[in-house]
Design a protein around this ligand. Structure first.
Ligand code: ATP
Length: 485
C-alpha cells in the first residue's frame, strides 16, 4: 500500500495536482499547494458540495423543502469565541518529546508510540533505536497571532481551527436578516488552521486546510430525525461523487467516544492506501444545544429562537395574543419550549482536502490498453467522476493540416465558454490520449478528415475507451449530460 501512495504522490507532482508549499526553499511541513489541475479538482469538489447541499439540497424526510443559506466569515475572530467554544482550554493533543540529548523529535502521544531516534543508531546497519519519550504534555493546536501594533496578551488572537464557530456567532444575524425558519442550515467553506504536532500522510493531516461545514438548526424534539437524515445523505453524497467502492466506511461512534453533549456522531471514513485503518473524511455530529448555549453564556446575548409560525397558529387556543403574557404564567412553563428554545444542531463537517485526496486515491488506476501496433500497453488513468474532473474534454485535431486545427480550434472556443476544456495538437494521438487519461479528462474529442466533410467528430470515453462518431453540434450536450448532478 505504501508504494501505491508513492505513485500517486509522484503523479500529482508530475501532472500539477499538488506541490509541496515553498518547495524551492525546501518546503514547510504540513502545508501544500494545489497546481493547475489540483485547483480545478478542488474547486469542482467545493462547487459540487455547495450546489448539492446549499443551492439544491434534496427533499427532506417529510417531503419538505430544505432551507439552506451560506456564510463566509473571517478567519480571525474575537478571541472570546474560542473561549466560549472550548478551544482555548480544550483544543489540544497530548505531546511527547524524545529525551535523547540533541534529538528534536516530537510526537502526538496517542498516534506514534515508538519512533526511531535519528541520534541512536543500533547495531544493525541502517537501523535506529526507539526514542525514549517524556511524559505527555498538552499542546494547544490553535495558531496564535497578534492583532494591531501592540504585541501583548491583550492583542492575542487565533487563526480559526474550524469554520463552525463563525456560523454560531452569526446565528442571530442570519435569523434576523434572512427570514429563515427552523429547521434550516447554514453552510460555509473556508480555510482552517491547526498546528498539528505531526502533519503526515500527504495532505491528509495538514496545518492549513479547507473545511466544508454545515450547522443545521432544528427543534430538540426532531434532532434525532435530522441527525439520521444528514448522516445518510452525507454517506450517499460521497457515493454519488464516485467514491462507490467498499473503501467508504461510515462508522457510528460508540458511547465512550462521544463528546458529552452529543447523542450521536458518525465518522464517514475512507480506506486510504497509507493505512490499514479507514480514516475520517467527515464527521456528522449531533451537537445538541451545546454551541448556542456556550455563546449565550459568553456573549450575554439571547440566542433563543422564537417560532412565530407556531405561536400564531396556537395563540388563540391559549387565549392571548401576547407571548410575553403567556410566558409569564407559571402553568405554561412546560409549553414554552414549543415556541421559544435554543435549537439543536446537526453538524456535517467535511474536509475539502481530505476529500480531494480520497478522490485521487479512488481514481488512480493502472490498466492495459490496446496500442497502435496491435499489442497492449500499460496505462495510468485517473477515473475521476466527470463532475469533479479538472478538464472536461480535450479537443484534438488528428493531424496538423488540411484545416483540421482550425476546425478543432473553433470547437474549443465554443466549448470553453461553458466548460474547462483543453486544446492539444502536439504529438501522436495515442500519446495525447494518455496525457488526458493521467489528468482524469473524461472525454477526448478528435477532429479527423471525415469531420471536414460531414461535421462529425469522434468522442472517446476515458474509462471504456469506446469511441463513437457524433455530430459536432452534439458535443456540448454530451459533456453537459455527463456533468449533471
Ligand atoms: P482528526 O481526528 O483526523 O484530527 P478531527 O476529528 O479533529 O480529525 P474535525 O475537528 O471533526 O476533525 O474536523 C472536521 C473535518 O475537517 C475532518 O473530518 C477533516 O476532513 C478535516 N480536517 C480536520 N483536521 C484536518 C487536518 N489537519 N488536515 C486536513 N483536514 C483536516
Amino acid at each position: 500500500a505504501a508504494t501505491d501512495m508513492d505513485k500517486l504522490v509522484s503523479l500529482c507532482k508530475r501532472r500539477g495536482f499538488i506541490f509541496q508549499s515553498s518547495e524551492i526553499y525546501g518546503g514547510i511541513n504540513g502545508f501544500w499547494d494545489y497546481g493547475p489541475l489540483g485547483v480545478e479538482l478542488k474547486k469542482n469538489i467545493k462547487e459540487a458540495w455547495w450546489t448539492d447541499m446549499v443551492r439544491n439540497p434534496p427533499i427532506g424526510p417529510k417531503g419538505e423543502e430544505i432551507t439552506m443559506v451560506g456564510l463566509d466569515c473571517s478567519i480571525i475572530m474575537n478571541p472570546r469565541v474560542w473561549e466560549a467554544s472550548g478551544h482555548v482550554s480544550g483544543f489540544s493533543d497530548p505531546m511527547v518529546d524524545c529525551k535523547t540529548e540533541g534529538c528534536k523529535s516530537r510526537f502526538r502521544a496517542d498516534q506514534i508510540p515508538g519512533m526511531a531516534c535519528p541520534l541512536k543508531p543500533s547495531k544493525a546497519p541502517g537501523q535506529y533505536e526507539k526514542c525514549s519519550l517524556t511524559e505527555p504534555r498538552t499542546f494547544n493546536l490553535m495558531f496564535q497571532t497578534y492583532v494591531g501594533a501592540l504585541q501583548d496578551a491583550s492583542s492575542v488572537a487565533y487563526l480559526r481551527p474550524e469554520t463552525a464557530q463563525g456560523i454560531f456567532a452569526n446565528f442571530k444575524n442570519v435569523v434576523d436578516s434572512s427570514r429563515v425558519k427552523v429547521p434550516f442550515g447554514i453552510a460555509q467553506i473556508g480555510k482552517a488552521f491547526r498546528n498539528e504536532i505531526n502533519p503526515r500522510n500527504y495532505t491528509f493531516r495538514s496545518r492549513e486546510f479547507e473545511q466544508m461545514e454545515i450547522e443545521f438548526f432544528c427543534h430538540p424534539d426532531e434532532s434525532r430525525m435530522w441527525y439520521e437524515w444528514w448522516r445518510d445523505l452525507r454517506k450517499s453524497w460521497y457515493a454519488r461523487m464516485g467514491i462507490s467502492s467498499d473503501k467508504l466506511r461510515p462508522r457510528e461512534q460508540d458511547e465512550k467516544e462521544l463528546a458529552f453533549y452529543s447523542c450521536g456522531t458518525t465518522d464517514i471514513e475512507y480506506l486510504f492506501p497509507f493505512s490499514d485503518e479507514p480514516a475520517e473524511l467527515e464527521g456528522v455530529a449531533h451537537r445538541g444545544a451545546y454551541d448556542l448555549g456556550q455563546h449565550t453564556k459568553f456573549s450575554g446575548q439571547d440566542l433563543t429562537y422564537f417560532d412565530e409560525t407556531a405561536w400564531e397558529r396556537d395563540k388563540a387556543s391559549h387565549g392571548t395574543n401576547s407571548f410575553k403574557e403567556f410566558a409569564k404564567k407559571p402553568e405554561n412553563a412546560e409549553l414554552l419550549g414549543k415556541y421559544q428554545y435554543l435549537p439543536h444542531v446537526i453538524e456535517p463537517s467535511a474536509g475539502a482536502d481530505r476529500f480531494t485526496l480520497a478522490v485521487l486515491c479512488e481514481a488512480y488506476t493502472e490498466d492495459k490498453v490496446p496500442n497502435d501496433k496491435g499489442g497492449e500497453e500499460e496505462r495510468l488513468v485517473l477515473k475521476i467522476h466527470p463532475r469533479l474532473a479538472p478538464i472536461k474534454a480535450a479537443i484534438l485535431p488528428l493531424m496538423n493540416k488540411d484545416g483540421l486545427p482550425e476546425k478543432a480550434m473553433a470547437l474549443y472556443r465554443e466549448l470553453k465558454a461553458e466548460f474547462n476544456v483543453f486544446y492539444d495538437d502536439k504529438g501522436a494521438i495515442g500519446r495525447r490520449y494518455r496525457r488526458q487519461d493521467e489528468a482524469g479528462t473524461p472525454f477526448c474529442i478528435t477532429i479527423d478528415p471525415e469531420s471536414m466533410t460531414n461535421d462529425s467528430v469522434t468522442i472517446r470515453d476515458r474509462d471504456s475507451l469506446k469511441q463513437r462518431r457524433i455530430p459536432i453540434r452534439e458535443v456540448a450536450n454530451e459533456i453537459r449530460a455527463a456533468l449533471r448532478p
